[in-house]
Design a protein around this ligand. Structure first.
Ligand code: GDP
Ligand code: IMO
Ligand code: MG
Length: 418
């Protein structure tokens, strides 16, 4: 069975976690290929609510191996805490495979970010992601597979700390302690640290199903997103090859996950942001607060210009439209179908911040519906206006919407027949 990729189509938090959890029931392996503890993927099932930052969501299913491939920024402290929290919830221990090529998020990365003016301006999650990927590109990072000698690692960390101002670093990080914890972690995980590229390849070669779990969203991509208001990894379907070493030729289904409206957390342009009481309505009904930082998410209407751009990049074979239930009760629902830029209406996503800043959304208004959707489990149970909203989106993008989310619980997912 070929592979499936789950990709965020907007600015992250599209409910990739819930959709991945749903799909992973039929997967042998599930792979995180980008991002690190900046991600926050929520799952609500019989065990309770899990907010996963490092553990792949699919690995909550016994029988599905969770892989953290080399494109992941790996924070071992975060991973350990998360595994502990899952155990406390009474969940089965996830079976993990960690890439020996994965770069480590180290305490000085977080410290560096705390003092970077650019991180504050972007509104990052402050998880050390930018500095970790920067060290990787500068070839001065530490990889999981390279952890051997405590003294050598301590010397490396000491060198990195020496570059911080004394005030930032003073007494806050002990290189020897950190180095010992890293080496202990490597020992504890033993054979679970491996060449994950080869492991994924061999699973695919056996004809077994592999799921690739994207983190963040297309518009946060380091190159194709709203730079510099982006994260530091490749968040699109191209990230699968970038972060796992597997050819994109193996991917048969590319599932774009999009909310039925738009949210963004952090700074940067968001043309359809609505600061009126309607935007506030979306935030309160949709519980739009970050799963990683708890920050309120900025809310607004569905942006088809942005989604069309995401589709062009990822060539989605289908969409999962999530949180449709949140729109219930609104008398009208607005959808952005184009941007007016300097007096001209266009449907193309602008490639520079200046152009984006000049873009004002052109809206169409669709009828709302009154009845809540949370109990619906089949397409037929959705009110006519809700069905029409979904049809409007798929016709505008020429991509079928195969899944519709109507609530945070795992089972609140409607799968449409082909
Ligand atoms: P991710 O980062 O893409 O996995 O998304 P997050 O987990 O950060 O945010 C999605 C939020 O919406 C979580 O709190 C989910 O529990 C919740 N959620 C997921 N699907 C639905 C849905 O269809 N309806 C509603 N109301 N909430 C949902
Ligand atoms: P999931 O996987 C939403 C945003 C941050 C900030 C920018 C850069 O849960 O969808 P970073 O810490 O990565 O350097 O921050 O990217 N951001 C996310 N927004 N969902 C995420 O992940 C995000 N990961 C990073 O808010 O604007
Ligand atoms: Mg999230």
């Amino acid at each position: 069975m070929p592979a499936t990729a789950v990709i965020g189509a907007q600015w992250g938090d599209e409910a990739k976690g819930k959709i991945t959890h749903f799909l992973a029931r039929q997967a042998t392996m599930t792979v995180r290929f980008n991002g690190g503890p900046n991600a926050g993927h929520t799952v609500q099932d019989a065990h309770g609510t899990a907010r996963l930052h490092q553990v792949p969501v699919g690995a909550l299913h016994p029988g599905c191996v969770g892989v953290l491939a080399h494109g992941v920024a790996l924070d071992i402290w975060e991973l350990r805490n998360e595994l502990l929290a899952l155990r406390e919830q009474g969940r089965p221990e996830p079976v993990l495979l960690l890439s020996d090529r994965a770069h480590l998020v180290l305490p000085h990365h977080r410290l560096r970010e705390e003092h970077e003016g650019s991180a504050a301006r972007i509104g990052t999650t402050q998880r050390g992601i930018g500095p970790c990927y920067a060290d990787r590109a500068a070839r001065s990072g530490i990889r999981l597979g390279d952890l051997g000698d405590v003294q050598q690692i301590a010397a490396h960390l000491g060198g990195a700390l020496a570059q911080l101002t004394p005030h930032d670093a003073a007494g806050r990080i002990d290189p020897e302690v950190v180095a010992t914890e890293l080496v202990d972690f490597r020992r504890a995980f033993g054979t679970h640290i491996a060449d994950t590229r080869a492991a994924i390849q061999s699973t695919l070669d056996k004809g077994l199903h592999v799921l690739f779990e994207g983190a963040q969203g297309t518009l946060l991509d380091v190159d194709l997103g709203t730079y510099p208001f982006v994260t530091s990894s490749t968040t699109t379907v191209h990230g699968v090859g970038w972060g796992s070493g597997i050819s994109a030729g193996h991917i048969e289904r590319v599932i774009g996950v999009a909310k039925a409206y738009t949210t963004r957390v952090g700074e940067g342009p968001m043309p359809t942001e609505d600061s009126s009481p309607q935007g506030e309505h979306l935030r309160s009904v949709g519980a739009e607060y970050g799963a990683t930082t708890g920050r309120p998410r900025r809310c607004g209407w569905l942006d088809l210009v942005a989604l069309r751009y995401a589709h062009d990049i990822n060539a989605f074979t289908e969409l999962a439209l999530t949180k449709l239930d949140v729109l219930a009760g609104l008398p009208e629902i607005r959808v952005c179908t184009g941007y007016r830029v300097h007096g001209t209406v266009c449907e193309r996503w602008p490639s520079t911040l200046d152009e984006l800043a000049a873009a004002t959304p052109v809206y169409v208004s669709l009828p709302g519906w009154r009845d809540p959707l949370s109990d619906a489990r089949t397409w037929e149970e959705l009110p006519r206006a809700a069905q029409d909203y979904v049809r409007f989106v798929e016709h505008a993008l020429s991509v079928p919407v195969r899944m519709v989310g109507v609530g945070p619980e795992a089972e609140a997912t409607i799968v449409r027949p082909d």
